[in-house]
Write a protein that binds this ligand. Structure first.
Ligand SMILES: [Zn+2]
Ligand SMILES: [Zn+2]
Length: 230
């Protein structure tokens, strides 16, 4: 009862708002912003999840490239209000968006992947300290609950990387090369892993993480991200 009164008072002074448009909203995303998220629909490249005119096994982007993950899927495009919401989730106080995002991601997951464990792209210690949380871990924890599989910290970052957003595709691959290692004391041998991240741009980061997971004995790695670039 007291808790409800307190919440009522807090809402009066700081009314809950949408993380994208700042309009009054009980939900972290208002109904308008939620319904206009640029979600991804099939047909897709079966491997990297890029939307194509026809479903293909490999598309122009992933053909000829060494892919360590078996499939990658994303909830939506990294543009418009999903880009804004992702930004708020990552750098602002948008942690409450995690359950909404996680549900959208699980809807886009391929069925029957046989996933045993959920894991996530780690942040370097200095970055996590600065930001206060790892957004990929928040998503992974929610997804772990939704699909009923344990979430484990299967990876560590062993090399400091620079912000990928300003780099060319080749520089991105160089930047993250050998940056991750499967974590000691976490047994992933023979397991099917679901690897979670927020944004898939060229796939360089999740590919390096998948390489590390396979080197740690994982049987198979599937990638699921909130957003991907066009
Ligand atoms: Zn809104
Ligand atoms: Zn592809």
């Amino acid at each position: 009862m007291l808790g409800e009164i307190f919440k009522g008072l807090v809402d009066l002074v700081f009314p809950p708002t949408c993380h994208v448009c700042d309009s009054f909203s009980e939900q972290s995303l208002c109904a308008d912003c939620f319904s206009s998220l640029p979600l991804i629909d099939s047909p897709l490249c079966r491997r990297c999840g890029k939307p194509c005119h026809l479903a293909v096994d490999e598309c122009r982007e992933c053909r000829g490239r060494k892919c360590y993950f078996s499939t990658a899927r994303s909830a939506g495009f990294y543009e418009g209000n999903l880009k804004e919401a992702t930004h708020s989730f990552k750098y602002g106080n948008g942690r409450k968006l995690a359950p909404i995002f996680a549900r959208l991601m699980v809807e886009k997951m391929e069925k029957d992947l046989g996933i045993d464990l959920v894991t996530y792209v780690p942040l370097s210690l200095s970055k996590e300290r600065r930001r206060g949380y790892n957004q990929a871990r928040l998503l992974a924890l929610e997804i772990s609950d939704l699909i009923g599989k344990p979430c484990i910290p299967a990876l560590i970052q062993i090399k400091e990387t620079v912000d990928q957003s300003k780099l060319s595709p080749r520089e991105r691959r160089e930047n993250v090369r050998r940056a991750f290692l499967s974590a000691a004391g976490v047994d992933i041998r023979g397991r099917f892993l679901l690897l979670i991240d927020d944004v898939f741009t060229t796939g360089a980061t999740v590919n390096e993480c998948s390489r590390a997971l396979l080197a740690g004995g994982a049987k198979d790695v599937h990638v699921l991200t909130l957003a991907r670039s066009l």
